[in-house]
Design a protein around this ligand. Structure first.
Ligand code: FCB
Length: 437
């Protein structure tokens, strides 16, 4: 694809490690991963890929791959250990070194402000459920903008607010592990409001900046043809996708979902306007589609997820279905008309085996090919998609799945911290080389 950025993405808690070094504060993922039964095998991000110490080697890998952009996130508790107030200079220094290293290698840094590692001290005050977080997040954003805005010109406020709100506060399967609908609705609203306010902070402090948000989309299809199943699919789409896309693009929370839930977040006058800030781009993350059926007993919505048989699935048990991606990208363009779109994450986990020093991950290569083709077709249909970030550079701490699920282009031997590029890394590199010629 011409005039198209190819990059890789990571996130702080998943790769950095050094969880208790150089003054880093505790995050909700340190707490959650230590709560028995929450993460597979009791894994934590204490060491992860030890990227905090090995970042140079990782940046060299990116350079070898030939990517032109690197999407990473800042660990809030590393730069402000208690979330607000005192700054940790060691943390700032680390990101200074990282950003300089990225630039020295001719790569463009794309910074995500929040990829789920909230300072525990703020969680103790209610976290995303407390409206004051919009001020805490502005303070944190202001610090990053002031310190890094001279060199970083591409900013993303939040990564996947759905996961923070619904998975963290409704299903309780991610940090902070709460299960309460009203808390989840409020958290979703405060996440979006924090995003809107942060956009202003970024624009007022950085010259020639481009700012956006990253939303994950999970298209929903009905299992059958019945009107009830179709309604279930609409509701799933409303709750998982439109709930976050609508407000960001100036629309209200989806009416159908609000009615079916029978509850609403606490919204104050002017909030919806503050959320709907003019954005330079929308970041879209895509992994799989969902199949749903109507189920009157479903909570909080009358929906049940159905496991389709005889379809291709990744090691996460997620269905592989690239056409749904193409269709959803086109739909976003039609419904919301973002100025620019970037696929900020896409990738897959497989049962990678190291055999004779090699990982032959042909399934991952097919997955990339099919999804890049989907992007190309959405572009041809007019969606302004200008880049792609493969998830992920490295195998890493896959949240509740711990280290069992590997998404990397590069294999990590967690015992030795050795990095071994998989066949898919060679494939991605070749794709970029072919493009350059
Ligand atoms: C996304 C997350 C990312 C990674 C991938 C597999 O939801 O943003 O951190 O875990 O899934």
């Amino acid at each position: 694809m011409k005039d198209f950025i190819y990059g890789v993405a990571t996130s702080s808690y998943q790769i950095e490690g050094a969880a208790f070094e150089d003054g880093r504060g505790i995050s909700i993922w340190d707490t959650f991963s230590r709560t028995p039964g929450k993460v597979a095998n009791g894994d934590t991000g204490d060491v992860a890929c030890d990227h905090y110490h090995r970042y140079k080697e990782d940046l060299d890998l990116m350079k070898w791959l030939g990517v032109s952009a690197y999407r990473f996130s800042v660990a809030w508790p590393r730069v402000i250990p208690n979330g607000i107030g005192k700054i940790n200079q060691f943390g700032i220094d680390f990101y200074d070194r990282l950003i300089d290293g990225v630039l020295e290698r001719g790569i463009e840094p794309w910074l995500t402000i929040y990829h789920w590692d909230l300072p525990q001290a703020l969680q103790d005050r209610g976290g995303w459920a407390n409206r004051e977080i919009t001020e805490w997040f502005s303070e944190y954003t202001g610090l990053l903008a002031n310190r890094f805005g001279d060199r970083v010109k591409r900013w993303m406020t939040l990564n996947e607010p759905l996961c923070s709100a619904w998975i963290g506060h409704l299903y309780g399967e991610m940090a902070p592990g709460i299960r309460n609908l009203k808390t989840a609705l409020d958290a979703s609203h405060h996440l979006l409001l924090s995003h809107g306010r942060a956009v202003d902070v970024i624009r007022s402090s950085i010259k020639e900046v481009k700012v956006g948000i990253v939303i994950n989309v999970t298209p929903a299809v009905p299992v059958g043809e019945s009107a009830e199943d179709k309604r279930a699919a609409d509701l799933a789409d409303g709750f998982d996708n439109r709930w976050f896309l609508n407000p960001v693009f100036g629309k209200s929370y989806p009416e159908d979902v609000l009615q079916a839930l029978g509850e609403s977040p606490a919204i104050e006058a002017g909030d919806m306007k503050e959320i709907a800030k003019d954005l330079d781009f929308l970041g879209v993350n895509f992994y799989f589609r969902q199949t749903v059926k109507y189920d009157a007993t479903g909570k909080p919505l009358p929906i049940k997820n159905v496991r389709r048989e005889n379809v291709k699935r990744t090691f996460m048990d997620w269905e592989v279905h690239a056409p749904a991606f193409a269709e959803y990208l086109t739909r976003i363009h039609r419904l919301y008309a973002p100025k620019e779109m970037y696929v900020t994450e896409n990738g897959s986990a497989w049962d990678d085996r190291l055999v004779n020093g090699k990982i032959e991950d042909d399934e991952r290569i097919s997955y990339f090919k099919e999804h890049l083709a989907a992007i190309e077709s959405a572009r041809e249909a007019g969606a302004p998609i200008n880049g792609y970030f493969a998830w992920s550079l490295l195998d890493n701490f896959e949240w509740t799945y711990g280290y069992e699920k590997r998404f990397g282009l590069v294999y990590v031997d967690y015992k030795t911290q050795e990095r071994i590029p998989k066949k898919s890394a060679h494939h991605y590199r070749q794709l970029l080389l072919d493009r350059a010629t």
